[in-house]
Design a protein around this ligand. Sequence first.
Ligand SMILES: Cc1cc2nc3c(=O)[nH]c(=O)nc-3n(C[C@H](O)[C@H](O)[C@H](O)COP(=O)(O)OP(=O)(O)OC[C@H]3O[C@@H](n4cnc5c(N)ncnc54)[C@H](O)[C@@H]3O)c2cc1C
Length: 405
Amino acid sequence: MTVSEHVIVIGAGPVGLCLSLVLAQEGVQVTLIEALGEDNFLEQVPRAGTNHPATLELLDRIGLYSRLEPRGIIAPLVHYWERREHKLIAEFDHVHLKDDTPFPYVLQCERIKIVEETLKLAKAHPGIDLHLATTFTSCTQDADGVTAWTTNPAGEMESMRGAYLVSCEGARSIARAELGIEFEGFTYPDRTLSIEVAYDFRNHGYTERNYISDPDEWSNLFHWKGPPDRWRVHFPTGAEEDEETLTREEALQARLQSFMPTGKPFEIVGSNLYVVHQRVAKKFRVGRMILAGDAAHVNSPIGAMGMNSGIHDAFNLADKLVAILHGKADEAVLDKYERQRRHVALAHTQAQTIRNRRLLEEKDPAVRRKNHEELRRTAQDPKLARAFLLRTSLIESLREAEQIP
Ligand SMILES: Cc1cc2nc3c(=O)[nH]c(=O)nc-3n(C[C@H](O)[C@H](O)[C@H](O)COP(=O)(O)OP(=O)(O)OC[C@H]3O[C@@H](n4cnc5c(N)ncnc54)[C@H](O)[C@@H]3O)c2cc1C
């Protein structure tokens, strides 16, 4: 293998794994570096899990969809609720996208299942040289390639060479910091509390995905396949509230009872508290080093766009790297990757997730009424509903990016 045909991918999250598989399936040699090892790879905190139709099309392309479908829940509906009156504002059915995609639904399948299944495919592929329990520490580049420095499982420093390096390290990308790329944007002052509970909220009219509006405590509610089947409820929390107090059993039970008074304790499966950022890297590429996924952009999870748009980055970039390495395109296509995907990160993912949160937390009663009325009208008109779903499911973002030269 020569440096000129070899890509180093840092991070075996959903983005790094998808990127590695597309490259390897197209005949490009990949070295994939992941800090987690066999012993703790599956011990990651719950995060993403809603896979939009366009993402399902891409996962199908690499042979992943058929492995994920049995582990997930097919969810054609999404609901918007008014919390105080427990009133359904609008129901959108992805069937409106039946002429736009072979997958007119989302698949509720958690990130951990996605990385578990993708890792199996990566391990089985002879084109992927996988280094688990290996931490990337720094990188340099010259005219011919890149050098990545890593610490191997024995704690020794090693270096490796490749033609390109793609940082799929997540939000705390070392490569981004080493390249001095600004991560522009802001961090919300409050944090989000996520509680996982074994309880069937469909008994109260909810569907598999619910966005619940309230001027004091908005919420999201999602269904995940078990056993046991679980539901994840998100609540905003004050910036000053102490984590230990917030996540005590009695505090979690009280929050759930105030959300859905049942009079009986909920079976709580887990909880976690996370900070939410809205940030996009000023550049997605410096020479032979490229950012993708959370390393390039992070956003609020309201709307389920982070992992989805990161996977879209992976496929966009992989196709361009394959073309370069097979001599069918020159490096200028990497600038196109940046133009296309940075546009999506700013104009779609970030803009939409900011709008989503505003919609849920709006305090002015008149504005709330107007917003809810508009949602209702949109859901009831098939043309408007399709346009809404094309936007929320990121199909529009992919189509728009395609038009960027
Ligand atoms: C509560 C929550 C819910 C979410 N829900 C959704 C959702 O429904 N849909 C959606 O699209 N998005 C969602 N997101 C966002 C989503 O989780 C992320 O956008 C997605 O995981 C990013 O994937 P990634 O591969 O870029 O990075 P990550 O998933 O962060 O993976 C990075 C990988 O790199 C490894 N790594 C890091 N540093 C190093 C290093 N120095 N050396 C070697 N390896 C390293 C890490 O161990 C990890 O395996 C949610 C996020 C949160 C917090």
